[in-house]
Design a protein around this ligand. Structure first.
Ligand code: NAG
Ligand code: NAG
Ligand code: NAG
Ligand code: NAG
Ligand code: NAG
Ligand code: NAG
Length: 650
């Protein structure tokens, strides 16, 4: 939205020497450098609270490399530092090219003042040995998921970390773990089991755990080596310190936890979920595993003889207010004890409980008894957690007249991909329009699941208002349709310089001709956008075209050479073409492919490291760019997490 506004407010400026984007950056950096020069950390903190600074953070969020590439060294340096101090969340496509700009001007050595996320993209061969620990420590405070399309860079970062630690070794100490940060998420299960128990703090930063990692976590917890002690002596505070990891605790462990403690914890999780402080998906995973452990004690009776009759007492509005409701009623009892009038009047309180899937199906069946003609619109907004259970035929009986209903149904992760089209169609049938705000609310990935006709119906002005939507997860056929749509919407833009920012998110559907056109305009495409190009279009591009297309970012091919799209293109090239690109040597990463570069455990170099030596001093004040509050990363668990429900605030 900001870029659209900026575009319309600049007006014609033919022949202007300074582009609008550059003018903006110049004014920002001028201000940033002056605050930077004469401010204490306290003043800097105060600055982030003022509206001016906040507005600028929003503009910086729209950071664009092309104008920034014209900045002189001092101004780019000020810009990068202000991105760090304002904690502007940048995307991979912005960070990858900014890292190159900074490296070209020799700014990489100031890494201690740069955003941790930016460090992830730096040229690691330029990190001096003396800086190894300080650099790695700051970089691993960033979000390694940003390197999703740059597998070789991710592997290289892991390598750099191991180099600082004197090589891979089996038993990771607490100080090793502080240095490795979220890189631990890439490690195999065996190393989790043998690590210092503070590995829990590293695991807290993983967006998800593999089944093997979850099993290792359970083994570690069962061993009693962690600060929680053996499961039989777990306390509420310890469980709360587990944060999102509690969702991975196996039923076998829950069986060993003292009942009163376990129930207290259950209650706190459900309360947080009902208050909207915890995602239902996470709460449901926990509840399902927990109830699996506890089920013999609460639900053995109905299975013997009593069949489907209600033995736990009729469910009332008061029953539903109890956070332990799901402990008292299993899904069979829910079916038997929930009357239609109570359900109709209490749908919202009921669905605020993180119901296991089986219970959700019971509720759905009851709703279809109450509403045989289809669920009325005012109730639809309450059932977003059940939407995934509805077939396309059932959805076609709904009336969706308001944008709020569409948002409720599609903005959550409740609706499945293939239900998007049906839900949206009901809205369009009632003369609804897909606005830019709606697109932003439901997210770019929903565009992947609209029909070509629905995409065609989006007004170009609305697509502009939506700004940069992330459609990288779309199938190729849909990317092609979206590209055609975006091209139509943005082709009236005067120059390629102005067109490129709008079209960039849609280039995954671009043809060879379109890319040739961009080459003429010297766009210097970032590597993240490049990895999302149509693989078969890429096959028809020559080395010369790719080199011109990437411009000053061409060296980044090295960071992504194992990415499937890039590696299949590279395989089609001759040896001399590869040499021209500087890619004639083997990949630096020992294991091409996303994810898991493993240290070799056979070379067991148990190195003794002085704790936290070489780490920068001001860690507690470093920007948090990952998803956890800064406090979690540096303090031992009991200090970081007092008895409160801190983790539930995430
Ligand atoms: C429970 O509900 C059923 C059906 O609504 C009703 O017949 C029964 O009397 C109720 N039982 C109690 C104890 O209120
Ligand atoms: C949908 O709207 C039509 C016309 O107003 C109405 O007859 C029908 O009952 C509604 N269906 C549902 C499920 O609300
Ligand atoms: C939607 O997709 C899910 C899996 O992605 C599938 O199980 C389901 O049958 C599909 N539903 C329809 C109506 O196509
Ligand atoms: C949609 O608009 C058309 C034309 O304005 C009108 O004829 C039709 O009744 C409208 N449909 C609904 C469901 O409002
Ligand atoms: C692109 O770069 C080349 C070489 O640097 C230059 O000759 C050409 O004029 C540039 N084209 C545009 C549109 O800026
Ligand atoms: C990274 O730095 C090394 C050493 O200075 C240099 O040889 C290499 O070309 C650089 N890589 C890129 C992609 O710029």
């Amino acid at each position: 939205m900001t870029s659209a506004r900026r575009h319309s407010s600049t007006g014609p400026r033919a022949g202007a020497l300074v582009s609008p984007g550059l003018a903006l950056l110049l004014s920002l950096t001028a201000h940033c450098s002056s605050t930077q020069a004469n401010s204490t950390p306290r003043a800097a903190l105060a600055a982030t609270a003022d509206p001016w600074a906040r507005a600028n953070a929003a503009l910086l969020h729209d950071f664009w490399c092309q104008p920034a590439s014209q900045l002189p060294r001092e101004q780019l340096s000020a810009l990068v530092r202000s991105l760090a101090s304002k904690r502007v969340p940048l995307k991979a496509w912005q960070l990858s090219c900014l890292a190159n700009l900074a490296a070209r001007l020799g700014l990489q050595e100031d890494f201690a003042l740069h955003p941790p996320d930016l460090l992830l993209f730096y040229n690691l061969s330029q990190v001096r040995a003396a800086d190894c620990r300080a650099f790695t420590h700051r970089a691993t405070q960033g979000d390694p998921e940003l390197l999703a399309n740059l597998p070789d860079q991710r592997a290289a970062l892991q390598q750099t970390a191991w180099t600082c630690l004197g090589g891979p070794h089996l038993r990771l100490s607490a100080s090793d773990l502080v240095l490795l940060g979220a890189l631990v998420c890439d490690m195999d299960a065996a190393s989790i089991q043998t690590s210092d128990p503070s590995v829990l703090q590293n695991l807290l930063r993983c967006p998800r755990l593999t089944a093997a990692q979850a099993a290792a976590l359970n083994t570690l917890l069962a061993s009693g080596r962690t600060l929680l002690g053996p499961p039989g002596s777990w306390k509420l505070e310890g469980l709360q310190a587990l944060g999102p990891l509690a969702a991975y605790v196996s039923p076998r462990l829950w069986e060993q936890v003292q009942e009163a403690v376990a129930l207290d914890f259950f209650q706190s999780v459900v309360a947080a979920c009902r208050a909207g402080r915890l995602r239902q998906r996470d709460a449901r995973r926990f509840v399902t595993s927990f109830l699996e452990a506890k089920s013999p004690s609460v639900s053995s009776r109905p299975k013997r003889g009593t069949g489907r009759s209600c033995v736990r007492g009729n469910i009332t509005a008061a029953t539903l207010r109890d956070d332990l409701f799901l402990v008292h009623y299993d899904c069979a009892q829910l079916g038997a004890c929930l009357g239609y009038p109570v359900l109709r009047a209490n749908l919202n309180p009921l669905l605020q409980h993180p119901l296991p899937a089986e219970c959700q199906r019971v509720v759905k069946a009851k709703l279809s008894q109450i509403y045989p003609g289809g669920i009325p619109e005012d109730q639809l907004r309450l059932i977003t957690s059940l939407v995934y259970l509805y077939s396309l035929a059932e959805i076609s009986r709904w009336n969706i007249t308001s944008r709020d209903t569409v948002m409720a149904l599609l903005a959550s992760d409740g609706a499945l991909q293939n239900q998007t089209e049906a839900v949206l169609q009901k809205f369009l049938d009632h003369n609804g329009t897909v606005t830019g705000a709606l697109l932003v609310a439901i997210g770019g990935s929903r565009l992947c699941w609209m029909s070509p006709l629905q995409i065609q119906a989006i007004r170009p002005s609305e697509l502009r208002l939506a700004g940069a939507l992330d459609i990288s997860s779309c199938p190729q056929s849909r990317k092609n349709v979206l590209f055609a749509k975006a091209r139509e919407a943005f082709s009236s833009t005067r120059s390629t310089e102005e067109y490129y920012p709008y079209i960039r998110p849609y280039l995954g559907g671009a043809s060879v001709d379109e890319l040739q056109h961009l080459v003429q305009a010297n766009v210097s495409m970032d590597i993240d956008t490049f990895t999302n190009l149509n693989p078969s279009v890429l096959q028809s591009l020559s080395v010369g075209t790719v080199t011109s297309l990437l411009g000053q970012n061409v060296g980044d091919l090295q960071k992504a050479r194992s990415h499937p799209t890039i590696s299949s293109w590279l395989r089609s090239l001759s040896g001399s073409a590869l040499r021209k690109l500087g890619l004639d040597t083997n990949p630096s990463s020992p294991s091409p492919g996303l994810g898991t570069p493993q240290p070799s455990w056979t070379t067991h170099l148990a190195l003794h490291l002085a704790p936290t030596s070489g780490l920068p001093e001001s860690e507690a004040g470093a920007p948090a760019s990952g998803s956890l509050p800064v406090l979690w990363r540096y303090l031992p668990l009991p200090v970081a997490l007092p008895s409160g429900l801190l983790w539930l605030l995430l």
